[in-house]
Design a protein around this ligand. Structure first.
Ligand code: ZN
Length: 271
């Protein structure tokens, strides 16, 4: 049963296939078209899910899973590449579409009784009509913190970072923990130092696969850097002119690094 009635007018289409995003040479990843113009969309029209609006126009995602769309002047690209090319509103739609598709793909059966789940038609959820178990898309909060010591920033090489990349510290919030507790714990676990003057910065959905990055700025308080050797392989204080390869500005990590370095030395709001 279709979840939404796809309107008989042009809309924006985000097409996912084989864990990639379709990008059209002219349209980009948000393809503006009437669904009848996209033959493969018509075949899967019942699977289309509205994920928001873009320029006051409905935006749908279509997850073709292992099938490949047939469209001239278009190619499948990785999510990271697609997101790097987008500005704010398109970025958010893409992040949401990816997570919605992942949610529907991974919630076909009930986690409680094993029956087939049905989509709820008025909200983004799946429900089991046998045991009433209901599921919503998973969002995993993750803290990320830029720590400054005078005019130096703590940068670390993580086990999962790409070759040569250094970044600020990040980690998942654990059950029963506040965001602030998570920051203090992660910093202590990963590099063995105490921090102070913790301030909220901004947040960013990060669909790899379903994180919500919550960014903080902080000041060094005490202790010597001692990396855990598990998640973090190396960490050190860097002056801006000595920075190694760092994350790009489209990520909250990149923006936090820029913001931290812009702050005057010695900014210190006790907490
Ligand atoms: Zn059930």
């Amino acid at each position: 049963m279709p979840l939404y009635t796809v309107p008989d007018k042009p809309a924006y289409w985000l097409i996912l296939s084989r864990n990639k995003v379709l990008r059209h040479e002219h349209h980009g990843t948000l393809i503006y078209a009437h669904h009848s113009e996209l033959s493969f969309v018509s075949t899967y029209i019942d699977e289309a899910v509205k994920v928001g609006e873009y320029h006051d126009t409905d935006c749908f995602v279509l997850d073709m899973q292992q099938q490949e769309p047939e469209l001239d002047d278009a190619e499948l690209i990785g999510l990271r590449e697609a997101m790097m090319a987008e500005h704010d509103s398109a970025y958010n739609i893409l992040a949401r579409a990816w997570q919605v598709a992942l949610f529907l793909r991974t919630h076909r059966y009930c986690g409680q009784c094993g029956s087939e789940m049905q989509r709820v038609d008025w909200e983004l959820a799946t429900v089991c009509h046998r045991c009433q178990h209901r599921c919503y898309p998973r969002i995993s909060p993750c803290i990320i913190v830029a720590i400054k010591k005078q005019n130096q920033l703590l940068l670390a090489k993580g086990r999962h970072h790409k070759q040569g990349m250094y970044s600020i510290l990040a980690g998942f919030v654990e059950s029963g923990e506040s965001l602030e507790q998570a920051v203090h714990r992660e910093v202590m676990e990963e590099v063995g130092i105490k921090i102070k003057s913790l301030r909220y910065f901004d947040s960013q959905p990060w669909p790899f696969p379903h994180s919500l990055m919550v960014g903080f700025l902080a000041e060094y308080d005490s202790g010597e850097i001692c990396v855990d050797g598990e998640e973090i392989l190396e960490a050190s204080w860097y002056k801006e002119n000595e920075f190694p390869l760092i994350p790009p500005e489209f990520s909250i990590a990149g923006r936090l690094i820029t913001a931290a370095m812009k702050e005057h030395d010695g900014v210190n709001t006790p907490r």
